[in-house]
Design a protein around this ligand. Structure first.
Ligand code: IMP
Ligand code: MG
Length: 338
């Protein structure tokens, strides 16, 4: 496959409670498909972890496509921008000359974080404490500060919907980078133990300014097991000790909190595929449940039980598993696309 063969517009979304490895998948696609434009949605609460050339990046604002040096990076109008974090990451990833922020994106401020941390209800939900709920409340009240009113963002301001739609019309490769997972959706998740917005593929398109008829693929990312941080139900949850024994125990990239974990749930996966209208799936961290998979790059070289697991995911969700993660680096992937 070469870059010209790929589909122009792909939405990448989460199939569980976030932390499925969307950052890794996006970084792989950006490099492999020479993606032209990558658009971040959501807010600073979602950290996308990317391992590239031995270095780990936990990005809260900069799109995961930054690893491809020619990729234009955009932060969509539906996002809540944390100015300090944005500037810090722009510097760290050295993307000053190729990143833009939509004029209408709203700004998340210190006061929102303070409210998030001091409110007993929000604390009970186990929010990340970044203030995303309160920032969205303020936006809905129509008193929020916008990117266009922010001096530090002046050099970055753009019209993301216009750039995105032009790129798609020109046949360029565009990724809409979803955040979190369907089970944290304000509409479809385990309410009230959810985030402050919808996280479905439709919502990601809306936050980026791209309509459904422009989307070619909806790629849902699953991890080979499930995790969640914060409070709320997690079907099949195992203890921390058991998770450690199985090699599944994780710490949140954003907040440093312990991630709770459970085996892959096919019912949840089916629901995710339905609501996202996903056309293809990725399964990450297969090496965490089958250590013999580590660094394998060809599907045929996987152990039989790992292949069976992937077949079962395909059978239950009725969509192909096109990408399989076998290690942390952007390059540790089995690519089954034609
Ligand atoms: P909030 O989004 O900070 O309001 O937190 C609401 C819930 O969503 C909490 O359970 C958080 O742990 C969870 N959450 C928010 N963002 C992420 C994420 O990027 N990954 C995993 N969980 C998240
Ligand atoms: Mg994360």
């Amino acid at each position: 496959m070469f870059a010209g063969d790929t589909v122009p517009c792909t939405v990448v979304v989460g199939g569980f409670w976030g932390d499925e490895g969307k950052g890794k998948i996006i970084s792989y696609l950006a490099l492999k498909d020479a993606v032209d434009v990558c658009i971040r949605t959501g807010s600073v609460n979602a950290a996308h972890t990317i391992w590239y050339k031995g270095k780990r990046y936990a990005l809260h604002m900069v799109p995961g496509g930054f690893v491809h040096k020619k990729c234009r990076l955009l932060v969509g109008p539906g996002t809540n921008v944390h100015v300090g974090q944005f500037l810090k990451e722009v510097k760290m990833t050295e993307v000053k000359n190729r990143i833009g922020v939509d004029r209408q994106a709203s700004i998340i401020e210190e006061k929102h974080s303070a409210l998030d941390k001091s409110n007993a209800h929000l604390k009970g939900l186990g929010t990340t404490g970044w203030g995303v709920g309160p920032a969205i409340e303020e936006r809905v009240r129509r008193t929020a500060k916008l990117a266009k009113d922010t001096l530090e963002l002046k050099p970055y301001l753009t019209d993301v919907a216009e750039e995105a739609n032009n790129a798609i019309t020109e046949g360029k490769n565009v990724i809409l980078e979803g955040t979190q997972g369907i089970m944290l959706s304000l509409f479809y998740g385990t309410y009230p133990y959810v985030t402050g917005r919808d996280t479905s593929a439709s919502a990601i398109c809306s936050e980026a300014g791209v309509g459904p008829s422009k989307v070619d693929e909806v790629l849902v990312v699953f991890k080979a097991f499930m995790t969640r941080v914060g409070a709320g139900p997690l079907p099949g949850e195992i203890s921390k000790e058991e998770a450690e024994k199985r090699g599944w125990f994780e710490v949140a990239a954003g907040t440093g909190r312990d991630r709770r974990s459970a085996p892959f749930d096919f019912g949840v996966a089916e629901k995710a595929v339905t609501i996202h209208s996903a056309t293809q799936a990725a399964v990450t961290k297969l090496d965490c449940i089958y250590p013999e998979c580590k660094d394998v790059k060809k599907f045929d070289e996987l152990p039989k039980k790992a292949k069976l697991f992937i077949s079962r995911v395909e059978h239950r969700t009725k969509i192909p598993v096109v990408l399989v993660g076998t290690g942390p680096d952007a390059a540790d992937i089995i690519d089954r696309r034609k």
